[in-house]
Design a protein around this ligand. Structure first.
Ligand code: CMP
Length: 186
């Protein structure tokens, strides 16, 4: 499982959804699906409700930024349907970031992620994976857009305040890594 976590997404498959819209029932495919309306010339964009996984990292929890970050999440229309403050163990951090184990920053990243409390979250809403990536901004805060979490709060490319899943498929894996089904309430 470790090799598939945290930023290793290839496919873009639907996540576990909350309530599925009738028009999307039984569909698989992209998060934004186009479906024909009754009029033959009109197309309607249907936004799929999905879930993504988020971590508020130790650099942010130590500066009391959980509330400010949650404000940005909720202002973007995402609902926090699961949340807990934990201290990540060495093996959890190594497993979660297993995809990066050959990278030069891996050891430092694991040390950073276990250096203090983190807040793990499940976010739900239309197009949640892509929406949260927009709200977070680029991994490197120097490249992040104005108004994003990382532009406003991140300290460095490593201490970048938040993590968010890169695909619905990985969101499902990452959520299951930290949450039992009964800990998620929508
Ligand atoms: P995250 O989105 O959690 O996914 C992997 C993490 O590794 C990333 O955020 C950063 O915290 C960290 N990271 C990515 N690239 C670098 C880098 N070049 N140097 C140090 N840390 C990095």
């Amino acid at each position: 499982m470790a090799g598939r976590l945290a930023g290793c997404g290839k496919a873009y498959l639907p996540a576990t959804c909350g309530e599925e819209k009738p028009a999307l029932k039984g569909r698989t495919g992209a998060a934004i699906d186009r479906a024909k309306s009754n009029s033959p010339n009109k197309q309607e964009v249907i936004m799929a409700s999905e879930r993504t996984f988020s971590i508020i990292k130790p650099d942010a929890t130590k500066r009391n930024l959980t509330g400010a970050i949650n404000q940005k999440i909720e202002a973007a229309g995402l609902r926090i349907v699961g949340q807990k403050r934990i201290k990540m163990s060495q093996s959890q951090a190594e497993g979660f970031y297993g995809v990066h184990k050959e990278r030069p920053f891996f050891k430092s990243l694991v040390a950073f992620m276990t250096s203090g409390p983190v807040v793990v979250q499940v976010l739900q809403g239309d197009n949640a994976v892509l929406k949260y990536r927009e709200v977070m901004g680029a991994t490197d805060p120097a490249k992040a857009n104005v108004g994003t979490i990382r532009k406003e709060f991140a300290e460095s490319i490593e201490a970048n305040s938040v993590h968010g899943s890169d695909s619905p498929e990985n969101a499902k894996i990452e959520i299951e890594f930290f949450f039992k089904p009964e800990e998620i309430v929508d």
